[in-house]
Design a protein around this ligand. Structure first.
Ligand code: HEC
Ligand code: HEC
Length: 395
């Protein structure tokens, strides 16, 4: 890889000042790659190019500006100005739009029209300025916020068998909780338990990184071989644009993927702001812990993420519009609750699209499998409800 002179200087200084293990060096390079702005092909720096033809941002860090979730900003014209939100498009079965593909790309290389922009509407968000005509009949859409990137290495370490066990425990419950594993097949044909993304459709951190390159940046990877990213057969200018890969090699190498994955794995889980043990018992008694498991066992200990990484149907109030194959529009991965204090401090909004402003509003949206728990929450004596909210706000 090529490094800008300033960065290289910094690396060398650090190398001389202290012994850096190979792993730590990998993480540092991974962090630089996470921030790197990729450029369209053809460019003078072959190693950096291949961006697009359609894309949402030029770097991972453009959307993940911080490690935490951020609030969405909308201009006076109703156009969403924030990169860290994407608009997905699909039919009710999760098949992409024949022209726009899976995601609305708001940026493009010269000679290719960007697909459109996300606009704020009275009760949500919608695609605007559509450059390739209307969406196909029956298509639905919905937005997703960029999640926090803290502590993901721990979630990567939870075994597929453990998630399968949680699901079979769920099948024996009598309160309506029916979490299930989102089983997906990776590029090598292996069946893996999905766990990353709001729909738990990405089985490992390394695969999630590659999906981000393909869908958000239009760069091919070993897992997603097509250099055209989310261009469809109907987008001829996009397919004809120069691509960054030669001889079938991916634009993003396995080495780059592995370094960014090392960097992400090295990011520590969020620290709770204060102890609130008394809130944990009412959290459990209210049924919240049926899905938001306080701790997940891993081969090297446990992670306190407050999730089971399973898909749950939360009912029609949380219909996300677009979805992915094999997942209902009302099904979501149990959102990890660690880091809630940071999301609240940023006023970033709760749930996949940030529509809930407070914990109480978020619980109010919990229907379907979580309806029993919402009922118990509402019936809590005021002081206990406040204790429970204080506990969650400290995570
Ligand atoms: C256009 C904005 C955008 C860009 C660019 C982007 N991301 Fe994301 N990222 C998102 C959104 C939105 C999600 C949620 C996607 C979903 O649920 O399917 C996400 C999800 C993730 C997750 C999963 C987190 C979790 O809790 O499951 C990881 C890891 C991640 N991104 C890493 C990356 C990396 C690495 C890159 C660069 C290769 C990148 N992202 C580029 C917006 C972006
Ligand atoms: C049946 C499973 C289930 C139960 C029970 C449940 N939740 Fe959830 N919870 C979820 C899912 C799934 C999401 C993600 C929804 C989304 O992304 O739109 C979520 C999201 C949340 C969020 C938003 C987190 C974020 O980062 O945006 C909060 C807060 C929350 N739950 C609190 C609670 C509390 C408090 C209880 C108990 C009263 C509870 N949940 C019970 C499954 C459940």
């Amino acid at each position: 890889m090529k490094l800008r002179p300033r960065r290289l200087g910094l690396f060398l200084a650090v190398l001389f000042l202290m012994p850096v293990s190979a792993l730590a060096l990998d993480e540092m390079i991974g962090r630089a790659l996470f921030r790197r702005a990729w450029v369209p092909a053809p460019s003078s720096t072959k190693a950096n190019d291949g961006l697009g033809p359609l894309f949402n941002a030029r770097s991972c860090a453009a959307c993940h500006r911080t490690l935490d979730r951020l609030p969405v900003e909308t201009g006076a014209d109703g156009i969403v100005a924030s990169d860290h939100m994407v608009l997905r498009i699909s039919d009710p079965q999760g098949s992409p739009d024949p022209v726009y593909g899976r995601q609305l790309q708001s940026a493009s290389v010269t000679g290719v029209a960007p697909e459109g922009r996300v606009t704020r509407t009275k009760n949500g968000y919608a695609p605007g300025d559509l450059a390739y005509g209307p969406l196909a009949p029956g298509m639905r859409f919905g937005v997703l916020l960029a999640p926090s990137l803290r502590g993901l290495g721990g979630l990567d370490g939870v075994s597929d068998e453990m998630l399968a066990r949680f699901a079979s425990e769920n099948a024996r419950r009598d309160d309506g909780v029916r979490g299930r594993v989102n089983w997906v097949t990776d590029a090598r044909g292996l069946r893996r338990a999905g766990r990353f993304g709001w729909k738990a459709s990405q089985p490992t951190l390394a695969v999630q990184v590659q999906t981000a390159f393909a869908l958000d940046l239009g760069l091919s990877t070993p897992e997603h071989a097509g250099p055209q990213g989310d261009c469809t057969a109907a987008q001829t200018a996009c397919l004809a644009a120069p691509m960054g890969s030669e001889g079938g090699e991916a634009e993003i190498s396995a080495e780059i993927v592995s370094r960014i994955t090392s960097y992400l794995s090295s990011i520590q889980p969020p620290e709770p702001t204060a102890a609130g043990a008394s809130g944990l018992s009412s959290f459990t008694a209210t049924g919240c812990a049926a899905c938001h498991r306080p701790s997940l066992p891993t081969p090297s200990g446990s992670v306190g993420a407050f999730t089971d990484l399973l898909l749950h149907d939360l009912g029609p109030d949380l219909d996300g519009g677009a979805t992915e194959p094999g997942v209902a529009a009302t099904e979501w991965r149990t959102a990890p609750l660690w880091g809630l204090s940071r999301t609240l401090a940023n006023a970033a909004g709760l749930m996949h699209d940030g529509r809930a402003r407070t914990i109480e509003e978020a619980v109010g949206l919990h229907g379907g499998e979580a309806a029993f728990s919402r009922t118990r929450f509402r019936a809590l004596p005021e002081a206990e409800k406040r204790r429970l909210i204080a506990f969650l706000s400290s995570l």
